[in-house]
Ligand binder design. Structure first.
Ligand code: GDP
Ligand code: MG
Length: 227
């Protein structure tokens, strides 16, 4: 797959083809993965974004699941195929097939769980090992509504993100803080990267046509939790 072309579902996403074959009305499709330790809130985050719902009960994700959401960004209709990791998260051995073709990652930890924060480095290594070099990553400290139980300060989160070269948000799937912003920022950095690659790519080599005309946007400052 190359940057710049409307991205189609991979061959492994047979379900996608069936489910969405009637809706081909989009300019780009981005595959996004949400990864991180079990119970940090990945499924809740996805449900909040895709369905605007939240359930306080912990229901362990069974099997690999994804949701589709189409948004307008930079004058483009962008279809997001957002994958939620299941069971494997406990073993941190998500298969390469799962990472293949992902253009963006939301790497999540729980601000009330030190262990989930300590695991971020390992998750980052997994991304670097198995994904495209061009894949973009946002680090998200979830559950920022639980200030009383916080064990990971915003500062440590930001420092780790800087160290790893990722952007950083604190968020709450429960209180709907920075959920939409996280996805939109991820889409923007993917678009920026795509535009950059097209600018530098030799069309004779890549076969790339004119890339998306993205307006110059200043990156917003880190948006930490407002709670
Ligand atoms: P996953 O294993 O990473 O998919 O985590 P889940 O989405 O299943 O969430 C694990 C537990 O944390 C559930 O009981 C959720 O209700 C809870 N949870 C998820 N996000 C938040 C949040 O932002 N704030 C609070 N207080 N609880 C959350
Ligand atoms: Mg889950």
């Amino acid at each position: 797959m190359r940057w710049g072309a409307p991205l189609m579902a991979s061959a492994t996403d047979a379900r996608y083809g069936q489910k969405e074959s009637s809706d081909q009305n989009f300019d780009y499709m981005f595959k996004i993965l949400i990864i991180g330790n079990s119970s940090v809130g990945k499924t809740s985050f996805l449900f909040r974004y895709a369905d605007d719902s939240f359930t306080p009960a912990f229901v362990s994700t069974v099997g690999i699941d994804f949701k589709v959401k189409t948004i307008y960004r930079n004058d483009k209709r962008i279809k997001l195929q957002i994958w939620d990791t299941a069971g494997q998260e406990r073993y941190r051995t998500i298969t390469t097939a799962y990472y293949r073709g992902a253009m963006g990652f939301i790497l999540m930890y729980d601000i009330t769980n030190e262990e989930s924060f300590n695991a971020v480095q390992d998750w980052s290594t997994q991304i670097k090992t198995y994904s495209w070099d061009n894949a973009q990553v946002l680090l998200v400290g979830n559950k920022c509504d639980m200030e009383d139980e916080r064990v990971v300060s915003s500062e440590r989160g930001r420092q780790l993100a800087d160290h790893l070269g990722f952007e950083f948000f604190e968020a709450s799937a429960k209180d709907n803080i920075n959920v939409k912003q996280t996805f939109e920022r991820l889409v923007d950095v993917i678009c920026e990267k795509m535009s950059e690659s097209l600018d530098t790519a030799d069309p004779a080599v890549t076969g790339a046509k004119q890339g998306p005309q993205l307006t110059d946007q200043q990156a917003p400052p880190h948006q930490d939790c407002a709670c």
